[in-house]
Design a protein around this ligand. Structure first.
Ligand code: PLP
Length: 378
C-alpha cells in the first residue's frame, strides 16, 4: 500500500514564533482580559502599514462590515450595492440591519465589480446607502472607475479588503480608498490571528464610534447606561498579540504568495485551456489565492481537477458561488455585466482555487502542477 501523502492545504496559518512573544507578554503583564496594549499597538501598526490614520481592532472582518453599515445608519428600507462574486460575509451584515442587498456582477479584467453593471443599478435604485466593493482573491478592483461612479452619485464606498491586505492599487493599499475599509485575520487569510478583523478610516470620529459600538455601546456614565444597541465585537489583547507578530511577516507572506501564483502561471502557460485569475495591471496583488479558469467544453472540468487533487490529499476549492445564485438571496436584485447569464456565474462554473499555502515546498508545487497537467495530457 502507498504511504499516506502529507496534506497540502489551500491556505493555512503560518506562525513564526514572534507571535508567541507578544502573547507571552500579555500573559506576563496579566493583560489577558479584553483590551490592552497589544490591541492599541496592533491598531497603530496596521494603520501605519496600510497608510491610514485610524483603525479599530475587532473580533472578525464580518463584524467590521457590520459596524461600517451601522456607522452609516443603514437600516430598513435602505439598499446597499455589493459585489456578487464573493463570500457571504460581504453581504450578510446588510441583512443584519434589515437593509436590502443589490448584487453587482463582475468584469472580466479583475473578476471584481463591473463599473457598467454598477452604473446600471442606479437606474432602479438612485439612492443606495453604500457600495461594498470586494477585492477578490487579493486582486484590486477597478478603483478609479468604481470611485468615480460612487462620487458622481454621492454614494459612500466601503472596501471589503478581507482578502487583499497588502495589495496596492496605483501604489496605495486596498482598504484605504473608501470611506471605510475592512480587513480579516481569519484562519486562512494572508495573515491570521486565528480570528479577527479591522475597520479603518481617515475619519477619526467613525473609528471612535466603532470602538464604542463594539464594546456594548456604554454611555459615559458610572452605572451601566445604554442609549444605543451595541455589540461584543472588540478584539482581545491575546488575539491582537498574534496579529502584531503576524504583521511583521505580511511582506514575506505576500512575496511567497506571489511566487506561488507566478509558478502556476508559468507551469500552465502552454495549456491554452487554462487561464489564471486576473491581476490588475494598475495594482500589485497579494495573490492570496491562486485561481484558474478552464475553457468550457475542453473535456476537463473544475470538479475533475478538484477530485484528482483530493485523491492525492491536496486541498483545493471552488470559486465562491455568486451571492445572486444563493438560495438565501434568491429574492434580491442582480445587475449583470452581460446580456444573458453573468460573468460571476461563468467564473464560478469554470473556475477553482489552487492550493496557495505559503508552506508549500517546491516538491509540493511540483506534485500539484503535475496532477493538473496530467489531466490535460501534458
Ligand atoms: C474572510 C472574508 C470576510 C469575513 O471575514 P471574517 O474575519 O471571517 O469575518 C469578508 N469578506 C470576504 C471577501 C472574505 O473573504
Amino acid at each position: 500500500m502507498e504511504k499516506e501523502q502529507k496534506r497540502i492545504y489551500l491556505s493555512s496559518p503560518t506562525m513564526h514564533g514572534k507571535e508567541q512573544e507578544f502573547v507571552q507578554e500579555a500573559f506576563d503583564t496579566n493583560w489577558v482580559a479584553p483590551l490592552g496594549p497589544n490591541v492599541n499597538e496592533f491598531e497603530k501598526e496596521m494603520a501605519r502599514y496600510v497608510g491610514i490614520s485610524h483603525a479599530s481592532a475587532l473580533s472578525a472582518g464580518t463584524a467590521a462590515i457590520h459596524l461600517a453599515l451601522r456607522l452609516l445608519g443603514v437600516g430598513r428600507g435602505d439598499v446597499v450595492f455589493v459585489s456578487s462574486l464573493t463570500f457571504s460575509a460581504s453581504c450578510n451584515p446588510i441583512v443584519y440591519e434589515n437593509a436590502t442587498p443589490v448584487f453587482i456582477d463582475s468584469e472580466p479584467d479583475t473578476w471584481n465589480m463591473s463599473p457598467e453593471a454598477l452604473e446600471a443599478a442606479y437606474e432602479k435604485y438612485p439612492d443606495p446607502k453604500a457600495v461594498i466593493l470586494v477585492h477578490l482573491y487579493g486582486t484590486p478592483a477597478k478603483l478609479d472607475e468604481i470611485m468615480a461612479i460612487c462620487e458622481k452619485h454621492g454614494t459612500v464606498l466601503i472596501e471589503d479588503a478581507a482578502e487583499s491586505l497588502g495589495s496596492t492599487y496605483k501604489g496605495k493599499y486596498t482598504g484605504t480608498f473608501g470611506k471605510m475599509g475592512i480587513y480579516s485575520f481569519n484562519g486562512n487569510k494572508i495573515i491570521t490571528t486565528s480570528g479577527g478583523g479591522m475597520l479603518v478610516s481617515e475619519d477619526e470620529a467613525l473609528i471612535q464610534k466603532s470602538r464604542f459600538l463594539a464594546t456594548q455601546a456604554r454611555d459615559p456614565a458610572r452605572h451601566y447606561q445604554h442609549s444605543q444597541i451595541g455589540y461584543n465585537y472588540r478584539m482581545s489583547n491575546i488575539v491582537a498579540g498574534i496579529g502584531r507578530g503576524q504583521l511583521l511577516y505580511l511582506e514575506e507572506h505576500k512575496k511567497r504568495k506571489k511566487e506561488i501564483y507566478a509558478q502556476y502561471r508559468e507551469a500552465f502557460a502552454d495549456i491554452p485551456e487554462i487561464s489564471m485569475n486576473p491581476l490588475n495591471p494598475d495594482g500589485d496583488a497579494n495573490c492570496w489565492l491562486s485561481g484558474m479558469r478552464i475553457a468550457q467544453g475542453c473535456g476537463v472540468t473544475p470538479d475533475m481537477v478538484m477530485d484528482a487533487l483530493e485523491k492525492e490529499n491536496i486541498e483545493s476549492r471552488p470559486v465562491w458561488k455568486p451571492m445572486h445564485l444563493q438560495p438565501v438571496f434568491a429574492e434580491c436584485d442582480f445587475y449583470s455585466a452581460k446580456e444573458t447569464g453573468s460573468l460571476a456565474e461563468d467564473v464560478f462554473l469554470s473556475g477553482l482555487c489552487l492550493p496557495s499555502d505559503i508552506k508549500n515546498t517546491a516538491e509540493d508545487m511540483g506534485r500539484i502542477i503535475g496532477i493538473v497537467k496530467g489531466l490535460f495530457g501534458k
